[in-house]
Write a protein that binds this ligand. Structure first.
Ligand code: BT5
Length: 266
């Protein structure tokens, strides 16, 4: 990773601090430590390798050296952030738009709530966490993008892909990072002001891969009795709207939910 190529992020005050690391357990863990040590403002942590990359619900995130973008944006100004799950959706939108402007096509799409996919395979996952101590809280947005790997471990082969495998060019990671973080911080500022995802709704819906599709919902407590549902879109808080067979619309919060297509992952 070329730190020089990322310096516009601090020069243009998109972020206050930039950390470029060779190896960490998880960039979200580094962000957590910074928050506990009293950091104030907006920082970006990027690492070549993560030894303990994490997904949701304690799942593993494969983060080999050199071929991916493993980064966390941390923001301690959370007073006006009313709804944290909405941030994950904005991050997905920022990533999909940045990848599409790289390829010049609308191939990257968002799989609600936290994946970006190209041609039905996962190219990016997002893990948003909120750390609170006393009255203060910090939001940490962890973003993993498969950039230039040409193969995946056996267990991920059918589900995962990279920008290189789909778009055919080894992307300049710094360019993607700059695009994503610039967009995402703009979206977060708008979200803080309006308190709603309304401003991003049309763009989100146009890139949402599971909109209008049959989806299978599952959760640990198994309370989805009417699978499959039709996903009709999101509301202004970022909840998923689904219709059951009788046409009744239900609102689903992202929390501990998994969503997949009827025939597979999408
Ligand atoms: C996610 O969880 O998709 C969130 C991933 C967030 C990763 C970033 S990297 C920077 C920051 N630091 C961290 O430690 N994490 C964040 P989830 O929806 O639970 O998906 C996890 C599942 O995705 C796994 O169980 C695998 O099936 C699959 N998976 C793991 N590694 C992958 C990869 N590199 N590409 C595509 N799929 C992967």
């Amino acid at each position: 990773m070329d730190r020089e190529k990322l310096k516009s992020l601090t020069e243009n005050s998109v972020i206050d601090k930039l950390y470029v690391e060779e190896e960490v357990t998880s960039t979200n863990d580094v962000a957590k430590s910074m928050s506990r040590e009293g950091f104030k403002g907006r920082a970006l942590i990027v690492s070549e390798l993560q030894t303990k990359g994490r997904g949701r619900l304690g799942r593993n995130w494969s983060s080999p050296a050199g071929t991916g973008i493993w980064m966390s944006l941390l923001d301690t100004d959370t007073e006006n952030l009313v709804n944290i799950p909405g941030i994950t959706l904005l991050a997905g939108l920022a990533v999909a738009e940045a990848l599409n402007s790289l390829s010049g096509e609308e191939c990257a799409r968002i799989k609600w709530p936290n994946d970006v996919v190209i041609n039905g395979k996962k190219v990016c996952g997002i893990l948003t966490e909120l750390i609170s101590s006393g009255t203060e809280s910090t939001v940490i947005i962890g973003i993993g993008i498969n950039a230039s790997m040409d193969e995946f471990p056996e267990e991920l082969k059918d589900k995962a892909t990279s920008v290189f495998l789909e778009i055919g060019q080894k992307p300049e990671r710094e360019k993607i990072i700059t695009g994503v973080v610039t967009k995402l911080t703009e979206y977060i500022s708008a979200y803080k002001i309006t308190g709603s995802l309304g401003f991003a709704m049309d763009r989100y819906h146009s890139l949402m891969v599971n909109k209008g599709k049959e989806v299978i919902l599952s959760s640990a407590n198994g309370d989805f009795y009417d699978n499959p549902y039709i996903a009709t879109g999101i509301d202004e808080e970022g909840n998923l709207l689904v219709e059951d067979k009788s046409g009744t619309v239900h609102t689903v919060q992202s929390g501990e939910i998994s969503v997949r297509g009827v025939l597979g992952y999408v």
